[in-house]
Design a protein around this ligand. Sequence first.
Ligand SMILES: CC(C)(COP(=O)(O)OP(=O)(O)OC[C@H]1O[C@@H](n2cnc3c(N)ncnc32)[C@H](O)[C@@H]1OP(=O)(O)O)[C@@H](O)C(=O)NCCC(=O)NCCS
Length: 175
Amino acid sequence: MSSSTRIRLIEPADAAPIAAHRARDVEAFRRWEPAQPAGFFTPEGQAERIDRLLARYRAGAVWPGVVLADDQVIGQVTIGGILPQPHLRRGTIGYWIAGVAQNQGHAGHAVGLALRVMTDELGLHRAEASTNLENLPSQRVLRRNGFSAYGVAHSSILLDGSWRDGLLWERILGD
Ligand SMILES: CC(C)(COP(=O)(O)OP(=O)(O)OC[C@H]1O[C@@H](n2cnc3c(N)ncnc32)[C@H](O)[C@@H]1OP(=O)(O)O)[C@@H](O)C(=O)NCCC(=O)NCCS
């Protein structure tokens, strides 16, 4: 149930469940997530990707998390584009939840927990996100976490072979 939603930093051992979820959901995610090379859907390819994410984490550019339900990996939540400079202090949230675990409130809870990481651990002041204009579930997740839509980025992401507009979201985290 959603009450068990947790997030933590990604680990090398998360490669296998992430590859399995993304291979199973490849058709359902085609509209919403960018195309990936074949290696993305294998444990070996995911392990390399996790190594790269953790190197960028150590450099302070990203906080790469997984979402857990009852201690099983069911998705990812990533704080990217971290700008820690005192006059910026912002980051961008992205996330996905495996089809088998959707519509149980996990993304909503995971984004709430990621916002706590942004304030308490990363000391950020502003959170940003971007959704497809038609991605109503993702928009619900953001609204439920206090985000407001503030603009449209035209032709900003290549999804399923077409350049799509992105709806831009913001939430001020305070000081
Ligand atoms: C978007 C996504 C992360 C949501 O994950 P989730 O765990 O199912 O989200 P939650 O259960 O917390 O919330 C989903 C909300 O969407 C609503 N919803 C579900 N299907 C809907 C639909 N077709 N139209 C409108 N709202 C819908 C649910 O009712 C819920 O809203 P509520 O809190 O008001 O009840 C998940 O669907 C996903 O990974 N999709 C594919 C990848 C993706 O879109 N990533 C985000 C890119 S910005």
